[in-house]
Design a protein around this ligand. Structure first.
Ligand code: ZN
Length: 118
């Protein structure tokens, strides 16, 4: 899937619209105004859902096609929910919530609703 994104040149600060693939970990483009080569990794927070949402934004505001924009928006939301689910499942696998509950409850006299059993 091609994702058009708007990005600014590091030298002249002018806006460039480039197309990336959904799986690209980094960008590499030459500025259309000054010819400066810009390259670097994407922020780790630039998830697949963000990329698809960027495509939805492009379809709505550049191509004026709200129907496909709605489909891409729904797809982006599903990707974000899935990503968050896997993120929290991973955290749950590393953290012993029982110990946190014990530590918080003994020091703060505070009841937590946590995963796991006592
Ligand atoms: Zn430039």
């Amino acid at each position: 899937m091609k994702i058009p994104i708007t990005i600014y040149c590091s030298l002249c600060k002018r806006e460039n619209t480039i197309t990336i693939q959904l799986h690209d970990p980094s960008l590499d483009f030459t500025c259309s105004s000054c010819g400066e080569r810009n390259e670097g990794p994407f922020d780790l927070g630039f998830t697949v859902g963000d990329r698809i949402l960027s495509r939805a934004h492009h379809e709505l505001y550049k191509k004026h096609d709200p129907t496909i924009s709605i489909i891409f928006s729904a797809m982006a939301m599903e990707c974000e929910v899935s990503w968050l689910h896997h993120k929290w499942e991973g955290i749950k696998g590393f953290v012993n919530f029982t110990q946190i509950k014990w530590a918080m409850g003994s020091k703060l006299n505070y009841t937590l609703y946590v995963y796991g059993e006592m």
